[in-house]
Design a protein around this ligand. Structure first.
Ligand code: CMC
Length: 422
């Protein structure tokens, strides 16, 4: 079998053969052969923006791997910081490099106290924490002028670590501020996730001591959310990063993209949807309303997974472990009934719509005591490891600036009409 495709321009009868490499065809020969003829692909449904060695997804098989390691193994045998190291460096750390990585993350977790306090004071207890988190990332860009030297690998590595270290403090300080508490300081003795929970839930007079089962579950959720190849927010980070903006500005763009309900904001939207459905008896009529085009079933569907989302399988099991401890979240029954109704319905089956990572994660976050508005921030803290790994990978290859083309369908050239004559 020949690993190539042939394109024939029927206007001229000329053909070109383009080799298939790594499962794709390069646009270079295409654009040379057909100058000015663009490949229309809204939503990038058929466009590979890069070669990447970070994350592999087989959507048909429901397979997800980070650097070649199956997500199931990482979720059950690894820790979030170990996975972050793997994403960034390409290999699992040995115990010495992991200790070093963890101590450096702890060392760099502290935010600039004055800037953070001033920034938080711009917000109120009603401010959405995703907006606060996004603003916090953009504000970090003002503190590190050296981060603009994006072509220097050592500088990049320094800020890769700094970003992963700082985001947990940024997120927890937003949560604490909204609850009316002075944001806590990171404690270098605690693990990444313990520290995050402690800073989020400690009050002025009581230091929160996280339950080890919660720590394990949140650590696992962070692993599951750490990367997902060229999703909407990673693409936003890459597009901004391709202009050689500093990494914090690029991450801030990623966070803004993640906040939307079709992406990371879906975990919050799922809980709001379950609240709207209210009771078990309303599930079928809700499913009918979705089929009538009155809204989407949040937490369902995925561009790449067309069979099942392996992250959702793992999360469903974790949800049961957490509920054994906290008592069942009453919304679980509605969610289970909703899943059952959708999976039996031809509308969802024919469109290959299955529960995704966001369908059950919010139920766990809520059982742990997180307010609904914080759910997407938790996703963002974990995804920072993926965003920054893709940013570094892109810059290490001196990728061109992201600059798509368009097919213009507006007015032809026309004469300007002065305002009196309009
Ligand atoms: N509920 C009802 N119908 C849906 C849904 C849904 N959740 N998702 C897709 N469809 C329908 C859609 O209306 C369309 O139907 P038709 O062919 O009749 O026009 C068909 O399925 C294909 O949908 P699409 O919008 O072309 O699919 P997409 O690949 O562009 O969108 C998605 C993927 C995840 C944005 C979409 O499935 C969705 O909006 N899901 C709900 C939001 C959600 O849960 N997002 C989290 C995604 S996973 C976490 C992450 O990585 O962000």
């Amino acid at each position: 079998m020949k690993e190539s495709i042939t394109i024939t321009d029927n206007r001229s009868g000329e053909s070109i053969e383009i080799p298939i490499e790594d499962g794709g065809v390069d646009s270079g020969p295409w654009t040379k052969f057909l100058p000015g003829l663009w490949f229309k692909d809204e939503g990038f449904a058929a466009t590979a923006v890069t070669n990447s060695s970070i994350t592999y997804i087989d959507g048909g098989a429901g397979q997800l791997e980070y650097r070649g390691y199956p997500i199931e193994d990482l979720a059950s045998k690894s820790t979030f910081t170990e996975v972050a190291y793997l994403l960034v460096h390409g290999e699992l750390p040995n115990s010495e490099s992991l200790d070093d990585w963890n101590s450096k993350l702890a060392e760099h977790a502290q935010l600039d106290a004055v800037q953070n306090e001033n920034l938080l004071n711009c917000f109120s207890s009603h401010s959405h924490p995703m907006g606060m988190f996004t603003a916090g990332l953009a504000a970090l860009s003002t503190l590190y002028p050296d981060a603009k030297d994006v072509e220097d690998p050592e500088t990049r590595q320094k800020h890769v670590l700094n970003a992963i270290a700082k985001v947990s403090t940024l997120a927890s300080s937003a949560a604490a501020y909204r609850n009316g508490y002075t944001p806590g300081k990171p404690n270098e003795e605690l693990s990444y996730v313990e520290n995050f929970l402690s800073m989020t839930f400690s009050t002025s007079d009581k230091v929160f001591e996280p339950n080890p089962t919660f720590v394990k579950a949140l650590d696992q959720l962070f692993i599951l959310h750490a990367d997902h190849e060229q999703n909407c927010s990673t693409t936003a980070v890459r597009v901004v990063g391709s202009s050689h903006a500093d990494p914090y500005s690029a991450l801030s763009a990623g966070s803004a993209a993640l906040s939307g309900p079709r992406h990371g904001g879906a975990n919050e939207a799922v809980l709001n949807m379950l609240d709207d459905i209210g009771t078990f008896e309303n599930v079928n009529s809700f499913v009918d309303s979705v089929k009538n085009g009155e809204g989407r079933l949040m937490g369902f569907g995925h561009r790449v997974y067309k069979n099942y989302d392996p992250r959702a399988q793992i999360i469903k099991d974790t949800a049961h472990e957490i509920f054994e401890l906290t008592g069942k979240n009453p919304k679980l029954d509605i969610a289970l009934k909703l899943e059952e109704a959708a999976l039996e319905d031809d509308y969802f089956v024919s469109r290959k719509l299955y529960p995704n990572v966001d369908f059950y994660s919010g139920l766990i976050y809520q059982a742990m005591g997180f307010p609904v508005e914080m759910f997407t921030v938790l996703f963002a803290v974990a995804r920072t490891a993926g965003w920054i790994s893709h940013w570094d990978e892109m810059l290490s290859r001196n990728t061109r600036i992201a600059r798509p083309r368009q097919l213009y369908i507006g007015s032809e050239t026309r004469n300007f009409i002065s305002i009196e004559d309009r």
